[in-house]
Ligand binder design. Structure first.
Ligand code: CP
Length: 318
Protein backbone atom coordinates (compact mmCIF):
# COMPACT_ATOMS: atom_id res chain seq x y z
CA UNK A 1 0.00 0.00 0.00
CA UNK A 2 1.36 3.46 -0.90
CA UNK A 3 -1.21 5.92 0.51
CA UNK A 4 -4.14 5.41 2.90
CA UNK A 5 -7.05 7.82 2.60
CA UNK A 6 -10.09 5.51 2.54
CA UNK A 7 -11.33 1.95 2.99
CA UNK A 8 -10.60 1.29 -0.68
CA UNK A 9 -6.82 1.61 -0.15
CA UNK A 10 -6.65 -1.26 2.31
CA UNK A 11 -7.03 -4.14 -0.14
CA UNK A 12 -8.79 -7.31 0.96
CA UNK A 13 -10.81 -6.40 4.06
CA UNK A 14 -10.95 -9.94 5.41
CA UNK A 15 -7.15 -10.14 5.32
CA UNK A 16 -6.84 -6.71 6.95
CA UNK A 17 -9.11 -7.85 9.77
CA UNK A 18 -7.03 -10.99 10.31
CA UNK A 19 -3.89 -8.83 10.43
CA UNK A 20 -5.56 -6.56 12.98
CA UNK A 21 -6.48 -9.49 15.21
CA UNK A 22 -2.97 -10.93 14.85
CA UNK A 23 -1.41 -7.60 15.85
CA UNK A 24 -3.81 -7.32 18.76
CA UNK A 25 -2.54 -10.66 20.06
CA UNK A 26 1.11 -9.57 19.64
CA UNK A 27 1.47 -5.90 18.85
CA UNK A 28 5.28 -6.04 18.67
CA UNK A 29 5.38 -8.92 16.19
CA UNK A 30 6.60 -6.61 13.41
CA UNK A 31 8.93 -4.45 15.51
CA UNK A 32 11.79 -5.00 13.06
CA UNK A 33 9.77 -3.76 10.07
CA UNK A 34 10.19 -0.07 10.91
CA UNK A 35 13.82 -0.14 12.07
CA UNK A 36 15.61 3.01 10.83
CA UNK A 37 12.38 4.31 9.34
CA UNK A 38 10.88 7.60 10.47
CA UNK A 39 7.21 8.47 10.83
CA UNK A 40 6.31 12.16 10.70
CA UNK A 41 2.87 13.05 12.09
CA UNK A 42 1.69 16.48 10.98
CA UNK A 43 -1.21 18.05 12.87
CA UNK A 44 -3.07 21.08 11.57
CA UNK A 45 -5.76 20.38 14.21
CA UNK A 46 -6.00 19.15 17.79
CA UNK A 47 -6.02 15.47 18.74
CA UNK A 48 -5.82 13.14 21.71
CA UNK A 49 -6.55 9.62 20.39
CA UNK A 50 -5.03 9.93 16.93
CA UNK A 51 -1.86 11.48 18.28
CA UNK A 52 -1.28 8.86 20.96
CA UNK A 53 -2.49 5.78 19.10
CA UNK A 54 -0.62 6.53 15.88
CA UNK A 55 2.57 7.35 17.75
CA UNK A 56 2.19 4.08 19.64
CA UNK A 57 1.61 2.25 16.36
CA UNK A 58 4.87 3.65 14.98
CA UNK A 59 6.69 2.52 18.12
CA UNK A 60 5.07 -0.95 17.87
CA UNK A 61 6.70 -1.25 14.46
CA UNK A 62 10.10 -0.01 15.67
CA UNK A 63 9.87 3.37 13.90
CA UNK A 64 11.30 6.70 14.95
CA UNK A 65 8.42 9.14 15.39
CA UNK A 66 8.38 12.93 14.95
CA UNK A 67 5.27 14.97 15.74
CA UNK A 68 4.77 18.43 14.23
CA UNK A 69 1.98 20.70 15.43
CA UNK A 70 1.80 23.14 12.56
CA UNK A 71 0.06 25.80 14.61
CA UNK A 72 2.40 25.58 17.59
CA UNK A 73 6.01 26.46 16.89
CA UNK A 74 6.19 26.03 13.11
CA UNK A 75 6.02 28.95 10.69
CA UNK A 76 2.49 29.97 9.87
CA UNK A 77 1.70 28.36 6.53
CA UNK A 78 0.03 29.75 3.44
CA UNK A 79 -1.95 27.05 1.65
CA UNK A 80 -3.28 28.89 -1.43
CA UNK A 81 -1.17 29.24 -4.56
CA UNK A 82 -0.96 32.69 -6.15
CA UNK A 83 -1.38 34.60 -2.89
CA UNK A 84 0.89 37.65 -2.38
CA UNK A 85 2.41 36.66 0.94
CA UNK A 86 2.52 40.07 2.59
CA UNK A 87 0.47 38.99 5.62
CA UNK A 88 1.28 36.94 8.70
CA UNK A 89 2.07 33.67 6.89
CA UNK A 90 5.83 33.16 6.56
CA UNK A 91 6.06 29.94 4.57
CA UNK A 92 4.13 28.30 1.77
CA UNK A 93 2.89 24.74 2.07
CA UNK A 94 4.40 24.02 -1.34
CA UNK A 95 7.91 24.44 0.11
CA UNK A 96 7.08 23.11 3.56
CA UNK A 97 5.70 19.78 2.29
CA UNK A 98 8.77 18.63 0.31
CA UNK A 99 10.99 19.83 3.17
CA UNK A 100 9.01 17.66 5.59
CA UNK A 101 9.44 14.78 3.16
CA UNK A 102 13.24 15.14 3.46
CA UNK A 103 13.20 14.09 7.11
CA UNK A 104 10.98 11.03 7.11
CA UNK A 105 9.83 7.89 5.31
CA UNK A 106 6.09 8.06 5.98
CA UNK A 107 3.82 11.05 6.69
CA UNK A 108 0.51 11.10 8.57
CA UNK A 109 -1.60 14.25 8.12
CA UNK A 110 -4.48 15.63 10.17
CA UNK A 111 -6.22 18.47 8.35
CA UNK A 112 -9.90 19.10 9.07
CA UNK A 113 -12.49 20.70 6.82
CA UNK A 114 -12.10 24.46 6.97
CA UNK A 115 -15.66 25.26 5.83
CA UNK A 116 -14.37 28.09 3.63
CA UNK A 117 -15.16 26.23 0.42
CA UNK A 118 -17.03 22.96 0.03
CA UNK A 119 -15.15 22.35 -3.19
CA UNK A 120 -11.74 22.72 -1.52
CA UNK A 121 -12.75 20.52 1.41
CA UNK A 122 -14.26 17.80 -0.78
CA UNK A 123 -11.24 17.88 -3.09
CA UNK A 124 -9.07 17.23 -0.01
CA UNK A 125 -6.69 19.99 -1.08
CA UNK A 126 -4.28 19.78 1.87
CA UNK A 127 -4.06 15.98 2.02
CA UNK A 128 -3.63 15.70 -1.74
CA UNK A 129 -0.86 18.31 -1.73
CA UNK A 130 1.03 16.13 0.74
CA UNK A 131 0.51 13.13 -1.56
CA UNK A 132 1.62 15.14 -4.59
CA UNK A 133 4.61 17.04 -3.20
CA UNK A 134 6.10 15.13 -0.24
CA UNK A 135 7.57 12.23 -2.22
CA UNK A 136 6.49 9.96 0.66
CA UNK A 137 3.63 7.61 1.42
CA UNK A 138 0.90 9.62 3.12
CA UNK A 139 -1.92 8.45 5.34
CA UNK A 140 -4.92 10.35 6.66
CA UNK A 141 -5.12 11.00 10.38
CA UNK A 142 -8.52 12.65 9.64
CA UNK A 143 -8.84 14.89 6.66
CA UNK A 144 -11.63 17.17 5.46
CA UNK A 145 -13.99 14.41 4.32
CA UNK A 146 -12.76 11.19 5.89
CA UNK A 147 -11.33 9.58 9.00
CA UNK A 148 -10.47 6.05 7.83
CA UNK A 149 -8.22 5.13 10.78
CA UNK A 150 -11.21 5.72 13.04
CA UNK A 151 -13.60 3.70 10.88
CA UNK A 152 -11.12 0.84 10.66
CA UNK A 153 -10.95 0.78 14.47
CA UNK A 154 -14.75 0.95 14.68
CA UNK A 155 -15.04 -1.98 12.29
CA UNK A 156 -12.55 -4.09 14.28
CA UNK A 157 -14.63 -3.32 17.39
CA UNK A 158 -17.90 -4.37 15.75
CA UNK A 159 -16.31 -7.60 14.51
CA UNK A 160 -15.16 -8.33 18.07
CA UNK A 161 -18.57 -7.71 19.66
CA UNK A 162 -21.11 -8.78 17.03
CA UNK A 163 -23.26 -11.84 17.73
CA UNK A 164 -24.91 -12.11 14.31
CA UNK A 165 -23.12 -12.44 11.00
CA UNK A 166 -24.62 -9.30 9.44
CA UNK A 167 -25.53 -6.86 12.22
CA UNK A 168 -27.80 -3.86 11.81
CA UNK A 169 -25.61 -0.80 12.31
CA UNK A 170 -27.38 2.54 12.81
CA UNK A 171 -25.53 5.83 12.59
CA UNK A 172 -27.52 8.61 14.22
CA UNK A 173 -27.01 12.34 13.95
CA UNK A 174 -27.12 14.03 17.38
CA UNK A 175 -26.93 17.69 18.38
CA UNK A 176 -23.75 19.66 19.05
CA UNK A 177 -23.18 23.34 19.80
CA UNK A 178 -20.63 23.90 17.02
CA UNK A 179 -20.28 23.03 13.33
CA UNK A 180 -18.43 19.74 12.95
CA UNK A 181 -17.05 18.21 9.73
CA UNK A 182 -18.56 15.21 7.95
CA UNK A 183 -15.30 13.23 8.01
CA UNK A 184 -16.21 10.64 10.65
CA UNK A 185 -19.78 9.94 9.42
CA UNK A 186 -18.63 9.81 5.78
CA UNK A 187 -15.95 7.24 6.52
CA UNK A 188 -18.09 5.26 8.92
CA UNK A 189 -20.93 4.93 6.40
CA UNK A 190 -18.56 3.95 3.60
CA UNK A 191 -16.72 1.43 5.75
CA UNK A 192 -19.83 -0.21 7.19
CA UNK A 193 -21.30 -0.71 3.72
CA UNK A 194 -17.96 -2.12 2.49
CA UNK A 195 -18.02 -4.52 5.46
CA UNK A 196 -21.37 -5.85 4.23
CA UNK A 197 -23.51 -4.82 7.21
CA UNK A 198 -27.10 -3.59 7.15
CA UNK A 199 -26.46 0.15 7.46
CA UNK A 200 -29.13 2.71 8.41
CA UNK A 201 -28.40 6.43 8.76
CA UNK A 202 -30.82 8.66 10.62
CA UNK A 203 -30.75 12.46 10.80
CA UNK A 204 -33.04 15.48 10.54
CA UNK A 205 -33.92 16.57 7.01
CA UNK A 206 -31.22 18.85 5.63
CA UNK A 207 -28.36 16.79 7.10
CA UNK A 208 -27.98 14.42 4.14
CA UNK A 209 -24.37 13.29 3.68
CA UNK A 210 -22.70 13.16 0.28
CA UNK A 211 -24.11 10.08 -1.51
CA UNK A 212 -20.60 9.13 -2.62
CA UNK A 213 -20.06 8.05 0.99
CA UNK A 214 -23.50 6.72 1.87
CA UNK A 215 -24.24 4.61 -1.24
CA UNK A 216 -25.62 1.27 -0.07
CA UNK A 217 -26.99 2.63 3.24
CA UNK A 218 -30.65 3.30 4.01
CA UNK A 219 -31.61 6.84 5.06
CA UNK A 220 -34.42 6.94 7.67
CA UNK A 221 -35.56 10.34 8.98
CA UNK A 222 -37.53 8.81 11.87
CA UNK A 223 -34.89 8.18 14.54
CA UNK A 224 -37.03 5.79 16.61
CA UNK A 225 -37.88 3.71 13.56
CA UNK A 226 -34.20 3.63 12.55
CA UNK A 227 -33.19 2.30 15.97
CA UNK A 228 -35.64 -0.62 15.91
CA UNK A 229 -33.74 -3.91 16.07
CA UNK A 230 -30.30 -2.24 15.86
CA UNK A 231 -27.29 -4.21 17.08
CA UNK A 232 -24.92 -1.23 17.07
CA UNK A 233 -25.74 2.48 17.39
CA UNK A 234 -23.11 5.01 16.32
CA UNK A 235 -23.78 8.52 17.59
CA UNK A 236 -22.26 11.45 15.76
CA UNK A 237 -22.90 15.07 14.96
CA UNK A 238 -22.11 16.61 11.60
CA UNK A 239 -22.90 19.94 10.00
CA UNK A 240 -24.72 20.34 6.67
CA UNK A 241 -22.96 18.76 3.73
CA UNK A 242 -25.11 20.26 0.98
CA UNK A 243 -23.66 22.97 -1.31
CA UNK A 244 -26.46 25.38 -0.25
CA UNK A 245 -25.91 25.09 3.51
CA UNK A 246 -22.37 23.70 3.69
CA UNK A 247 -20.97 23.76 7.22
CA UNK A 248 -24.11 25.26 8.73
CA UNK A 249 -25.83 24.11 11.93
CA UNK A 250 -29.57 23.86 11.22
CA UNK A 251 -30.61 22.13 14.43
CA UNK A 252 -29.51 21.65 18.03
CA UNK A 253 -32.68 19.76 18.92
CA UNK A 254 -31.95 17.54 21.92
CA UNK A 255 -34.83 15.23 21.04
CA UNK A 256 -32.07 13.57 18.93
CA UNK A 257 -29.73 13.12 21.94
CA UNK A 258 -29.21 9.38 22.29
CA UNK A 259 -30.74 8.16 25.56
CA UNK A 260 -32.50 5.13 27.06
CA UNK A 261 -35.69 5.98 25.11
CA UNK A 262 -34.13 5.19 21.73
CA UNK A 263 -31.83 2.43 23.01
CA UNK A 264 -34.91 0.60 24.39
CA UNK A 265 -36.20 -0.24 20.89
CA UNK A 266 -32.86 -1.69 19.72
CA UNK A 267 -31.83 -5.33 19.97
CA UNK A 268 -29.84 -4.53 23.13
CA UNK A 269 -27.51 -2.47 20.94
CA UNK A 270 -24.01 -1.41 21.76
CA UNK A 271 -23.40 2.33 21.78
CA UNK A 272 -20.42 3.67 19.83
CA UNK A 273 -18.80 7.09 19.34
CA UNK A 274 -15.38 8.11 18.05
CA UNK A 275 -14.74 10.58 20.94
CA UNK A 276 -14.35 13.32 21.99
CA UNK A 277 -18.04 13.47 22.84
CA UNK A 278 -20.26 16.19 24.30
CA UNK A 279 -22.20 14.41 27.03
CA UNK A 280 -25.93 15.10 27.21
CA UNK A 281 -25.80 16.68 23.76
CA UNK A 282 -24.77 13.62 21.70
CA UNK A 283 -25.49 10.96 24.35
CA UNK A 284 -26.66 10.85 27.94
CA UNK A 285 -24.38 9.98 30.84
CA UNK A 286 -26.39 6.79 31.44
CA UNK A 287 -25.89 5.42 27.93
CA UNK A 288 -22.21 6.28 27.56
CA UNK A 289 -21.42 4.92 31.03
CA UNK A 290 -23.66 1.88 30.60
CA UNK A 291 -22.58 -1.75 30.10
CA UNK A 292 -23.27 -1.59 26.32
CA UNK A 293 -20.98 1.38 25.68
CA UNK A 294 -18.00 0.57 23.45
CA UNK A 295 -16.34 3.97 23.35
CA UNK A 296 -13.20 2.83 25.20
CA UNK A 297 -12.69 -0.41 23.19
CA UNK A 298 -13.05 1.67 20.01
CA UNK A 299 -10.37 4.07 21.20
CA UNK A 300 -8.12 1.14 22.15
CA UNK A 301 -8.51 -0.29 18.66
CA UNK A 302 -7.15 2.94 17.16
CA UNK A 303 -3.68 1.62 18.04
CA UNK A 304 -4.45 -1.58 16.16
CA UNK A 305 -5.88 0.06 13.04
CA UNK A 306 -2.91 2.45 12.87
CA UNK A 307 -0.43 -0.42 13.32
CA UNK A 308 -2.01 -2.38 10.44
CA UNK A 309 -2.00 0.67 8.16
CA UNK A 310 1.61 1.57 8.96
CA UNK A 311 2.67 -2.06 8.54
CA UNK A 312 1.13 -2.17 5.07
CA UNK A 313 2.80 1.12 4.11
CA UNK A 314 6.19 -0.09 5.41
CA UNK A 315 5.81 -3.33 3.44
CA UNK A 316 5.18 -1.20 0.35
CA UNK A 317 8.48 0.65 0.86
CA UNK A 318 10.53 -2.47 0.27
N1 CP B 1 -11.46 10.06 17.45
C1 CP B 1 -10.40 10.88 17.25
O1 CP B 1 -9.87 10.98 16.13
O2 CP B 1 -9.98 11.50 18.37
P1 CP B 1 -8.93 12.70 18.40
O3 CP B 1 -9.57 13.86 17.64
O4 CP B 1 -8.71 13.00 19.84
O5 CP B 1 -7.67 12.26 17.70
Amino acid sequence: MRHFTSVFDLGDLHEALQEALEIKRDRYKYVELGRNKTLLMVFFNSSLRTRLSTQKAGLNLGMNVIVLDVNQGAWKLETERGVIMDGDKSEHLLEAIPVMGCYCDVIGVRSFARFESREDDYQEKILNQFIQYSGRPVFSMEAATGHPLQSFADWITIEEYKTVERPKVVMSWAPHPKALPQAVPNSFAQWMVAAGYEVVITHPRGYELDPRFTAGATIEYDQMKAFEGAHFVYGKNWSCASPEHYGQVLSKDRIWTICDRQMAVTDNAYFMHCLPVRRNMIVTDDVIEGPRSLVIPEAANREISATVVLKKILEGLK
